[in-house]
Design a protein around this ligand. Structure first.
Ligand code: PMP
Length: 404
């Protein structure tokens, strides 16, 4: 059970006012808010043991290294990876995807096929297009259906012996659709293809088990699950991480360096060149602890209640259309009202203290599918309330009256 008053007290930003109105923060799919424990972890790092990791013999460096590696183990346990060294700390989902795409450049040949879904964020489209340009591989797309789900029949027809990689998000950021990743992974594996799942939008709501999923790569960003920005993770199965060449050269990722020959460090350091976001990594671990203390089952059932309530109340507004109506979805509601431009609604809602996202949500192909410029997206988190949804509905009615 969620005690929402107690939880809200953990988030100092929720006490803010915007334009003289209490903040209603419904842009959680873009980034989540930060609880005090995570803020404290950041302050503690810079106040007490700020030092570079892995190479210092002095106390501060050892303390920072221990805490950073502890965070890696927390992330390992959270995602149920077999080994801590299968967790690469990155700057976020985009960075994680690019590290894998760059590595596959040396493994693909002209005519190989890679499959993405029509529901992807641009960060899970553009790196693969760049990879195709480099290698001559061909990009195929799993189409979407009107209700915002994937056309799985089409997927089964697309995947074949030439398929080397399949990429799909676990949850769509634009619509909230939860994709059938188990089926996607199992089918791809029958043809020997590797699968990367973009968990950026799933991880705030679902606790993924990478071993049970038998997924090859799983990526996520800390800032979507109550952690800081600029840090994220790449899970890769050991066998794949060993096959891929390093992404960047530099300090930390080497074993020995001479001008004749350099040998690379083992996992995970092979993929972690340079000084990482040490504080961010540590605070990522704290955020994961915080989310687990709230409990992912509690989070999922509470957010589902908000989703059902918000959907029911929004649909009472004349001319309002929700995009992504599949029942398999997380607490994201993407909508438009009549012909009103989503941006105009967003501006008025902000004046009334309500933060929503408007636009294409970095998923232009979805907007093209629906033939719209964008949507208004309200995305809920476990610290939101039904009362806040009521405030949004009242504000939206005012906006519609002004703009009609
Ligand atoms: N994929 C999805 C599904 C996302 O929602 C996002 C963030 N909006 C990203 C990738 C990119 O994440 P980041 O900007 O943290 O790298």
């Amino acid at each position: 059970m969620i005690n929402v008053d107690k939880i809200r007290a953990d988030f100092p930003i929720l006490k803010r006012e915007i334009n003289g109105k209490p903040l209603v923060y419904f842009d959680n799919a873009a980034t989540s808010q930060t609880p005090q424990v995570v803020i404290d972890a950041i302050v503690d790092y810079y106040s007490n043991y700020n030092a570079n990791i892995h190479r210092g013999v002095h106390t501060l460096s050892q303390e920072a290294t221990d805490k950073y590696e502890e965070a890696r183990i927390k992330i390992q346990h959270h995602f149920n990876a077999k080994h801590a060294y299968e967790i690469i700390l990155t700057s976020g989902t985009t960075d994680s995807i690019n590290r894998v795409a760059s590595g596959f450049a040396s493994l693909l040949n002209k005519g190989d096929e890679i499959i993405v879904s029509a529901l992807e964020h641009h960060s899970n489209i553009v790196p693969w297009q760049m990879l195709c340009e480099k290698t001559g591989a061909i990009l195929k797309v799993i189409p979407m259906l009107e209700d915002g789900s994937l056309d799985m029949k089409a997927y089964h027809n697309l995947v074949n012996e030439k398929t080397k990689l399949v990429f799909c998000n676990h949850v769509s950021n634009a619509l909230g659709t939860v994709n059938p990743i188990e089926e996607i992974i199992e089918t791809a594996h029958k043809f020997g293809a590797a699968v990367l799942i973009d968990g950026a939008q799933a991880t705030p709501h679902i606790k993924p088990d990478v071993q049970a999923l038998n997924v090859d790569f799983y990526v996520a960003s800390a800032h979507k699950l109550c952690g800081p920005t600029g840090v994220g993770m790449l899970y890769g199965k050991q066998e794949w991480l060993e096959k891929l060449p390093p992404y960047q050269g530099g300090g930390e990722m080497i074993d020995t360096v001479t001008f004749e020959k350099t040998t690379y460090a083992g996992l995970p350091h092979k993929f972690e060149a340079g000084t990482p976001n040490i504080c961010g990594g540590i605070a990522f671990g704290t955020a994961i602890d915080y989310m687990n203390a709230v409990g992912f089952d509690n989070i999922a059932s509470y957010e589902d209640e908000l989703l059902k309530y918000g959907t029911k109340e929004l649909l009472k507004i004349e001319g309002l259309k929700i995009y992504g109506t599949t029942s398999e979805k997380t607490a994201v509601i993407s909508f438009n009202v009549g012909e009103i431009h989503p941006y105009d609604i967003g501006v008025i809602l902000d004046k009334l203290g309500v933060a929503v996202r408007t636009g294409h949500h970095c998923a232009q192909p979805i907007m093209d599918f629906y033939k719209i410029p964008g949507t208004v997206r309200a995305s809920f988190s476990f610290y939101n309330t039904k009362e806040e949804i009521d405030i949004m509905i009242t504000a939206l009615k005012r906006a519609v009256a002004m703009l009609s």
